[in-house]
Write a new protein. Structure first.
Lengths: 304, 346
C-alpha cells in the first residue's frame, strides 16, 4: 500500500467492500510542490552559502586564516560579540519586565506599550540609527551636553550598542508575552498561597515555566544583534579596529575589492549564524514540546 | 472560630461582586458555598485566601485580623479548579513546595510528603509529572499540596468542576473522608447543589453578591428562604396566583392555605416540588382530578406532567417502583394533591 492511499471500508450504504479511495492529492502534485520548495531553497540559500565558503577559500586555506586572524577582523569580531552580549543582557531585563507587566497587571497605556514594542519591526534600521545620531550627535539634542562632559556615544561603542538594542528589543518580550498570557498566573497564585515570596515565585515557578521561550527569544535576539548592519552603519563611523562590527568590516573589505578576505570574514559571520540556527532548532524542539497541551485524561480511577 | 468575615465588599469596575457579606465558620467544619456563576462565591473565597483585596470589611482567620495580611502569610490552603499544579515539578516536589519555601529540613519534608501521599492514596506516583496523571489524581495532588504546610483553613474553588461525573462522585466521598481524618476547617465553592448537599454539613447559598441562606442541607431543601433558593435548589413547580380571601389562595382546582398576614388580592408565587405531589389512581380525600399528558423516565423516579384542568400543567415525580406498580400511562385519569409548598409574595 502506498503511503498516500488510505483505504476506507464503508459499512454504510455500500456494504460490499469496494475500497481504495485516495484522500490525498495525486503524487505529481506533491512532487511539484516539494520540487519548487527545494529549488528555491537551493537557489537562494544553499548556493549563496556554498559560494561564501568557496570564495573565502579561493586563495587557499592559509589566506583564509590570515584574513580571519587579521587584527582588524578580530577586533570586529570582538566588538560584534560584545554588542550582542550587551543586547542580550539588556533585552533579557527589558523583555522579562515588559512581558511581566503586560501579562500580569492592568494599567493605562498598556495597549500603547504593546504597540510600541513592535516599533523596531516597522521602522527601517537606518532610521533607527539616524534617531540616535539626532539625539546624541554633535548637532543633536544632547550633543553639547555630551561634549561638555566628554562622553562619546555616536561613532563609538555605546552608540553601536544602543542602536542594536533598539533594533532587537521586541524579540524577547514578543516571545514571552503570548507564552505568559497562555500560562496565566494560577501557578504563581498557588505558590503565593503556599507561602512563597515574590523572589521564590519568580525563580521556582515563573522562570522554569518560561525558560525555553526565554532562551528561544535570546537566540533570536542574539542572531539579529550579530548580523545588524543598517542601524550600526549609521552610528558607527566605520573606524577600523575601533567601531567596526563584522558586517561593517565585510562591507569595507568588499568595497576595497578585497573579495576573498571579505568572504572569509563573511564566512565567520555565517558560521555564527549556523551555530545559532542549530541552537534555535534544538531549543525550538524542546520549547514546542513544553508548550504542547497534553490532553487531560478523564479516565475514572478508583479511590479505595 | 476559624474564619470570620464581616461586611465584606468587592467591586470590579462597575460590577459589585460581593456585597457586605458576613459569615462565621466553626473550627473543623465542612461548609459549601453554593451559587450560580457570577454570584460572587469565588470572589469571596479568593478574598479569604488573600488573592483579591476587599474594598471594605474585615476578615479574621483563627481569631487574628487578616484583612490586609498578604496571601503568603495567611497560612491557608487553596485548591484551584484547574489544579494549578507546577507543571515542571514532580508530584513529590509539588507537595513539598510549601515546605521548601518555609525552609524545612529534608527529612521533615520527606516524611510529610509521604504521609500525604498515603492520605491521597497515590503512593508510588511521587516521581510522576502532573501531565502524567489523570484529572482526579491531579486534583488529589493539589489538595495534598495545599495541606502540606498544615494550613488552618482549606479553601477549594470548584475543586471538581473540571472532572467528569464518575470521578466527581468518587472525589466527593474522598474529600469527606479526608475531612474526617484531617479535621481542617474547610470551605468549598461549588455551583453543583448535589455536591454541596452530599459533602457539606452546612451550606451557604450566594446569589448576586449576598448570602441568601445559611443552613443545613435539609433546611436549604425543605425551607428555602427566598424565591431564588426555592428555584435554584432541587426541581420545583411554581405557580403565580393571588390571595383570594384571608389565609387562602386558589389556583385552578387547588386551594392553598397561606399565612393570614397576606392581604386579600396580594400577588404571590407558590413553589412545590414534583415529589411533593401525591398521585393515585383512586380518589382519596382532598385530591383533585388530573390527567397524565406526558411521562418521562428519570432513573430512580418517573416524571408525570399532569393536566389539572384549563391547560394548567404541573409536574409530579413518583418513585419508579410505585409508578410501575400503578400502571399509569399517558392519558390515564388520576387524582393529585400537593402535600408541601412554599409561598412567597411577588
Amino acid at each position: 500500500m502506498s503511503q498516500e492511499t488510505i483505504i476506507i471500508s464503508s459499512k454504510g450504504k455500500n456494504s460490499s467492500l469496494e475500497p481504495i479511495v485516495s484522500l490525498t492529492e495525486p503524487g505529481w502534485v506533491k512532487f511539484i510542490l516539494i520540487g519548487i520548495s527545494l529549488l528555491f531553497l537551493g537557489l537562494f540559500l544553499v548556493v549563496p552559502l556554498v559560494e561564501v565558503f568557496a570564495s573565502a577559500l579561493e586563495k587557499g586555506i592559509g589566506f583564509y586564516f590570515d584574513a580571519i586572524r587579521d587584527p582588524l577582523a578580530l577586533s570586529a569580531l570582538k566588538l560584534t560579540l560584545l554588542t550582542a552580549f550587551f543586547c542580550v543582557v539588556f533585552n533579557l531585563i527589558f523583555g522579562l519586565a515588559s512581558a511581566w507587566a503586560i501579562t500580569r497587571f492592568e494599567f493605562p497605556g498598556k495597549n500603547l506599550l504593546i504597540t510600541l514594542i513592535d516599533l523596531p519591526f516597522t521602522v527601517s534600521p537606518v532610521v533607527a540609527g539616524l534617531i540616535f545620531v539626532l539625539l546624541f550627535g554633535l548637532q543633536g539634542l544632547m550633543g553639547h551636553w555630551l561634549r561638555d562632559h566628554n562622553i562619546q556615544i555616536i561613532f563609538a561603542v555605546p552608540g553601536i550598542v544602543l542602536a542594536t538594542i533598539f533594533v532587537t528589543f521586541p524579540f524577547i518580550s514578543r516571545e514571552l508575552i503570548p507564552l505568559m498570557q497562555e500560562q496565566g498566573s494560577e501557578e504563581e497564585q498557588a505558590a503565593m498561597v503556599l507561602g512563597a515570596s515574590s523572589w521564590q515565585i519568580f525563580w521556582r515557578v515563573t522562570l522554569p515555566n518560561i525558560q525555553w521561550g526565554l532562551l528561544y527569544g535570546v537566540i533570536l535576539c542574539n542572531a539579529r544583534a550579530m548580523g545588524e548592519f543598517g542601524a550600526v552603519s549609521v552610528v558607527s563611523g566605520h573606524i577600523r579596529g575601533l567601531t567596526n562590527t563584522l558586517p561593517l568590516h565585510v562591507e569595507i573589505l568588499y568595497n576595497e575589492y578585497n573579495f576573498t578576505a571579505a568572504f572569509a570574514v563573511a564566512s565567520l559571520l555565517t558560521f555564527l549564524a549556523l551555530v545559532t540556527l542549530v541552537a534555535k532548532a534544538v531549543v525550538g524542539a524542546r520549547y514546542s514540546q513544553e508548550r504542547e497541551v497534553l490532553p487531560i485524561s478523564h479516565e475514572s480511577e478508583r479511590v479505595s | 472560630m476559624s474564619i470570620e468575615v464581616r461586611q465584606l465588599s468587592k467591586t470590579f469596575n462597575d460590577f459589585q461582586a460581593v456585597k457586605k457579606v458576613s459569615l462565621k465558620l466553626e473550627t473543623g467544619s465542612l461548609t459549601a458555598l453554593l451559587g450560580p456563576s457570577g454570584s460572587g462565591k469565588s470572589t469571596l473565597l479568593r478574598m479569604i485566601a488573600g488573592l483579591e483585596t476587599p474594598d471594605s470589611g474585615e476578615i479574621h482567620l483563627t481569631g487574628r485580623e487578616a484583612t490586609y495580611v498578604s496571601a503568603k502569610e495567611r497560612n491557608v490552603g487553596f485548591v484551584f479548579q484547574h489544579y494549578a499544579l507546577f507543571k515542571h515539578m514532580t508530584v513529590f516536589e509539588n507537595i513539598a513546595f510549601g515546605l521548601r519555601v518555609r525552609k524545612q529540613g529534608e527529612k521533615e519534608i520527606k516524611d510529610r510528603v509521604f504521609e500525604l501521599l498515603n492520605l491521597i492514596q497515590l503512593q508510588g506516583l511521587e516521581k510522576r509529572y502532573p501531565n502524567q496523571l489523570s484529572g482526579g489524581q491531579r486534583q488529589r495532588v493539589a489538595v495534598a499540596r495545599a495541606l502540606a504546610p498544615r494550613p488552618e483553613v482549606l479553601l477549594l474553588d470548584e475543586p471538581f468542576g473540571a472532572l467528569d461525573a464518575k470521578v466527581r462522585e468518587e472525589l466527593r466521598e474522598w474529600i469527606l473522608k479526608l475531612h474526617d481524618e484531617t479535621n481542617v476547617t474547610t470551605l468549598f465553592v461549588t455551583h453543583d447543589q448535589q455536591e454541596a448537599m452530599e459533602v457539606a454539613s452546612r451550606i451557604l447559598i450566594m446569589n448576586q453578591g449576598i448570602i441568601e441562606q445559611d443552613g443545613t442541607p435539609i433546611q436549604i431543601f425543605d425551607r428555602p428562604a427566598t424565591h431564588f433558593i426555592a428555584q435554584f435548589v432541587g426541581e420545583t413547580n411554581f405557580i403565580d396566583t393571588e390571595v383570594s380571601e384571608k389565609g387562602l389562595a386558589v389556583w385552578g382546582p387547588f386551594r392553598f392555605g397561606v399565612t393570614p398576614f397576606f392581604t386579600v388580592g396580594q400577588k404571590i408565587r407558590i413553589y412545590f416540588r414534583p415529589n411533593d405531589v401525591y398521585v393515585t389512581g383512586q380518589f382519596e380525600t382532598l385530591q383533585v382530578k388530573a390527567k397524565i399528558v406526558k411521562t418521562r423516565f428519570k432513573g430512580t423516579t418517573i416524571e408525570y406532567k399532569l393536566d389539572v384542568g384549563e391547560g394548567r400543567i404541573i409536574s409530579a415525580h413518583l418513585p419508579k417502583g410505585v409508578a410501575l406498580a400503578s400502571g399509569f400511562t399517558e392519558g390515564s385519569d388520576v387524582y393529585a394533591a400537593i402535600t408541601a409548598f412554599h409561598v412567597f409574595p411577588l
